[in-house]
Design a protein around this ligand. Structure first.
Ligand SMILES: Nc1ncnc2c1ncn2[C@@H]1O[C@H](COP(=O)(O)OP(=O)(O)O)[C@@H](O)[C@H]1O
Ligand SMILES: O=C(O)C1=C[C@@H](OP(=O)(O)O)[C@@H](O)[C@H](O)C1
Ligand SMILES: [Mg+2]
Length: 171
């Protein structure tokens, strides 16, 4: 099964996803890394140079044209399911899992990780949490269309893999 992890920035798609893949002995693919090797620069640099609209086009293209092993954990970027038909495409081509966390928990994780995330550029303190609250409200309309939602706070690869096994998702 191809498992697409979706959710807000900081929800753990990359870190928890990588650990889950190790636990399951599945290959791990991070879409942001795929995009960066495609554009040959960092996402932050790309945003600065060409803007968000151009990034979303590349993101859509790379998502759909990448080759995925039969079984894999795929961490997507936080905005990926919210643009074009990316979410429908992921739902047709694998199992989507939403890693869900509160705005407060996300803000705590992201406070020192805004530099590499152009969407959060220059946001600090209360401003960061307010922004996350508003953005998450908009994005949850997409995230909640995932086949499976699991809590991102205190999540472990062990518990995550047990949920997947119990649900018979690891075919
Ligand atoms: N389970 C967790 N518990 C605590 N902090 C975490 C956890 N997972 C991720 N983090 C921290 O949150 C930040 C963002 O995680 P990351 O995996 O990059 O999220 P995403 O790929 O969803 O944006 C990192 O600093 C990471 O160390
Ligand atoms: O939420 C977003 O719009 C984005 C999230 C990032 O990925 P992470 O969710 O892994 O931080 C990355 O794709 C880009 O900076 C845009
Ligand atoms: Mg990530």
């Amino acid at each position: 099964m191809r498992i697409f992890l979706i959710g807000f920035m900081g929800s753990g798609k990359t870190t928890l996803g990588r650990r889950l893949a190790t636990k399951l002995a599945y290959p791990f693919i991070d879409m942001d890394k795929e995009i960066e090797s495609h554009i040959n620069m960092s996402i932050a640099e790309y945003f600065k140079e060409y803007g968000e609209e151009a990034f979303r086009k590349i993101e859509n293209e790379v998502l759909k044209t990448s080759t995925y092993p039969e079984s894999a954990i795929i961490a997507t970027g936080g905005g990926a399911p919210c643009f074009y038909d990316n979410l429908d495409w992921m739902n047709k081509n694998g199992l989507t899992v939403y890693l869900s966390l509160s705005p407060k928990a996300l803000a705590k994780r992201l406070v020192n990780a805004t530099d590499e995330r152009p969407v959060l550029k220059n946001l600090k303190g209360d401003e960061l949490e307010c922004f996350i609250t508003e953005k998450l409200k908009l994005r949850e309309a997409f995230y909640t269309q995932a086949k499976l939602t699991i809590k991102g706070a205190d999540q472990t690869p062990e518990r995550f893999s047990a949920i997947l096994k119990e649900g018979n998702y690891l075919k």
